[in-house]
Design a protein around this ligand. Structure first.
Ligand code: ADP
Ligand code: MG
Length: 309
């Protein structure tokens, strides 16, 4: 197991940020770490990297306990903290060489820094001040920094937050690339990101794990039964008409195309035949009818939703 978390609890004063959390990440996996703000993701990542100590519980990296006594295991981790704090007055290359010195890379450091500048696409920025870079380029510097000592485990805390759609795609591509040979734990709020690059997903809510498994099976999880069907009907109808179909729990009209309706149901059986037969009986013409496949978004909402929040 590349990362093993056993019974980790973290208290900040009286507040419990993590409650007896256990999970494992296997070597080579790219794992999406999800959860609403305040769920405890950053706290867990800081504990995994040895940045802060848990109140109780253990973490091992490739079998070695991560605590202040074991510098070896910490050196096998690359960490990009939330908000990616960097020295804004330092120049990109100078900063990476500075970090290389901390890692005591010695005579390999110049070559290593050069390679990472190329890998993360900051060749033209290497002689600029970090503070002058756009957020997207700063994230690349953060990623280069996290990769410097060739760690086998990468912990990335919201690496794409605050980036524009093009920058997101570029950073995501780099992560997917390095993820081919490394173990990656990555927190994000972007569900497509998880569907695109994560083999596994862990969802945290209020300091506890509420879902953990392969991305595809989590999305097929039968405990999340809601189905969403899109239907386009030529004739004008009222939402009440569709609500009358057995098992339908919610009906919404599209703002863009008034003939398109989103129908939700918690029923176990496919509701499309009922919608079809209803339209047939009422002389309504269906021109589109499809069931949306379960998305990470739906899973996330289901497992992190509590009636009193
Ligand atoms: P996430 O990254 O999922 O948004 P965090 O790990 O940052 O969650 O925070 C989890 C909980 O712990 C939150 O309620 C937050 O307010 C609290 N918390 C985080 N860091 C500290 C700290 N240094 N001192 C006190 N409370 C903290
Ligand atoms: Mg956080």
């Amino acid at each position: 197991m590349a990362i093993k978390v056993e019974g980790v609890t973290k208290l900040y004063g009286k507040q419990k940020a993590l409650n007896n959390v256990s999970f494992g990440v296997q070597k080579g996996q790219v794992v999406g770490f999800l959860g609403p703000n305040g769920a405890g993701k950053s706290t867990m990542m800081k504990i995994i990297t040895g940045f802060i100590q848990p109140t109780s519980g253990n973490v091992t990296i490739n079998g070695t306990p991560i605590n202040s006594a074991s510098k070896d295991s910490r050196f096998d981790i690359g960490y990009m903290p939330e908000n990616n704090p960097l020295y804004h007055d330092m120049y990109v290359k100078e900063y990476l060489q500075f970090v290389a010195k901390i890692y005591k890379l010695g005579r390999y450091s110049n070559k290593r820094v050069k390679g990472l500048i190329e890998l993360t696409g900051i060749v033209n920025e290497q002689n600029k001040k970090i503070g002058e870079l756009s957020k997207g380029y700063r994230q690349r510097v953060g990623l280069a920094q996290a990769l410097l000592n060739r760690p086998s485990v990468l912990i990335l805390d919201e690496p794409t937050s605050g980036l524009d759609p093009n920058q997101i795609i570029e950073i995501r591509k780099i992560i997917a690339d390095v993820g081919r040979e490394k173990t990656v734990l990555l927190s994000t709020h972007i569900m497509q990101e998880v569907e695109a690059i994560c083999s596994n997903v862990i969802i945290l809510n209020k300091g506890e794990i509420v879902a953990n498994g392969p991305t595809t099976s989590i999305m097929l999880d039968s405990s999340v039964k809601q189905q969403t069907v899109t239907v386009e009907i030529v004739e004008p109808i009222t939402p009440g008409m569709l609500m009358g179909i057995e098992g339908v729990s919610n009906v919404e009209q599209s703002n863009i195309n008034k003939n398109t309706w989103t129908v939700k149901s918690m029923a176990e059986k496919d509701i499309r035949p009922d919608i079809f037969n209803f339209c047939l009986k009422n002389n309504l013409t269906i021109i589109t009818l499809f069931k949306k496949t379960m998305q990470m978004e739906d899973v996330f909402q289901t497992v992190t939703h509590s009636p009193n929040s």
